[in-house]
Design a protein around this ligand. Structure first.
Ligand code: DGL
Length: 260
């Protein structure tokens, strides 16, 4: 009988849990290690060169320690910045998380979408190249939020941000208002943001589709693990924080709901 595959999921914080939960749904029999680089959080507005070096170092140490069969970079900021360097540095297969611009433009009826991510992700050449390649006749509004990833961490830690604070971060996605500037699809281009989805829906200026790439990432992982026959559901997933801090009680409770 072949051993369960070990999958390493990496993010700057708890945002990657939104990817983790979909991947687990697709392959509940794998062994999961989640590494949160909370000592480096937030990634979204840091100088590029130092951040690349940090990501390559932290992920490299996790690979050496846990010997995964597959690594999921469950972070748009890290993927759009350092995926190429990670692939060059380590032989293990990587699955990245990058803005879902192609499916968003394909499904948009108004042909106007917004990409909501960290300031770093929306300003990156990687994202601009996706727009050039896949946006076609669609208008793409890029919205870089300096605060939403932190608000998502606060949400999970039980100290939610106010409606007004969240609303002001998502407002630019909606532009002036329908019908001339009608955004009908918003790409969640930061893995933290699905943690705020209920808040977004309650505060949206009008109904839109919020596009979460996690199911597509889970399909990709399942595809890469297809040679491994499904086994019984095995051990509990494990989570590691680079700060070495133990999660506070409310966060520990939230993590328990993810199986940790
Ligand atoms: N979860 C990360 C992403 O998908 C970024 C959050 C941050 O560290 O700023 O971009």
């Amino acid at each position: 009988m072949s051993e369960a595959a070990t999958v390493l999921i990496f993010d700057s914080g708890v945002g990657g849990l939104t990817v983790f939960r979909e991947v687990v749904r697709a392959r509940p029999d794998a062994r999961y290690i989640y590494v949160a680089d909370d000592a480096g959080f937030p990634y979204g507005n840091q100088p590029e060169a130092a951040l690349i070096a940090r990501i390559v170092d932290v992920v490299g140490k996790a690979i050496a320690e846990h010997k995964p069969d597959l690594v999921v970079i469950a972070c748009n900021t890290a993927s759009t910045l350092a995926l190429a360097q990670l692939r060059a540095a380590y032989t293990v297969p990587f699955v990245g998380t990058v803005p879902a611009i192609k499916p968003a433009c394909a499904q948009s009826k108004s042909k106007r979408i917004a990409v909501l991510g960290t300031q770093s992700t929306v300003s990156r050449e990687y994202t601009r190249a996706l727009i050039r390649e896949f946006a076609g006749d669609c208008d793409v509004v890029l919205v870089g939020s300096p605060k939403l990833a932190t608000y998502a961490e606060m949400e999970l830690a039980g100290t939610p941000a106010s409606d007004a604070d969240i609303k002001s971060e998502i407002a630019p996605c909606f532009g002036e208002g329908p019908p001339e500037h009608y955004t009908d699809t918003i790409v969640l281009a930061c893995t933290h943001y699905p943690l705020l989805l209920d808040r977004f829906r309650a505060l949206q200026a009008w109904p839109v589709d919020w596009l979460d790439p996690a199911p597509a990432i889970a399909r990709r992982v399942a595809d890469l693990l297809r040679e491994r026959p499904p086994g019984p559901v095995g051990e509990r997933p494990r989570i590691f924080f680079t700060s070495g801090r133990a999660p506070a009680p409310h966060l520990a409770g939230a993590l328990a709901q993810y199986g940790f």
